[in-house]
Write a protein that binds this ligand. Sequence first.
Ligand SMILES: [Zn+2]
Length: 87
Amino acid sequence: MSNTQTNHRSQKKYYFSRKKYCFFCKERIKLIDYKDVKILENFILDTGKIQPARVSGTCSYHQKQLTKAIKRARHMGLLKFVEPRRG
Ligand SMILES: [Zn+2]
């Protein structure tokens, strides 16, 4: 009897649509630059809120940086502030 290979743990597969994978890990971006507005915009919802990590698939490490970068970009005027609607 030969032993069957059932060990799939070492295989890393990236399911693009099924399982979301952290964009920044994938792109090997260690530090998120607040000047990368085009990237940041992808993580901002229509409402102006930052996409939650569970939606975007961003890992906690990068989510933290993303939040920081977006806040900074807003502060620098690179990203628009979304004013909360009243009434
Ligand atoms: Zn990541």
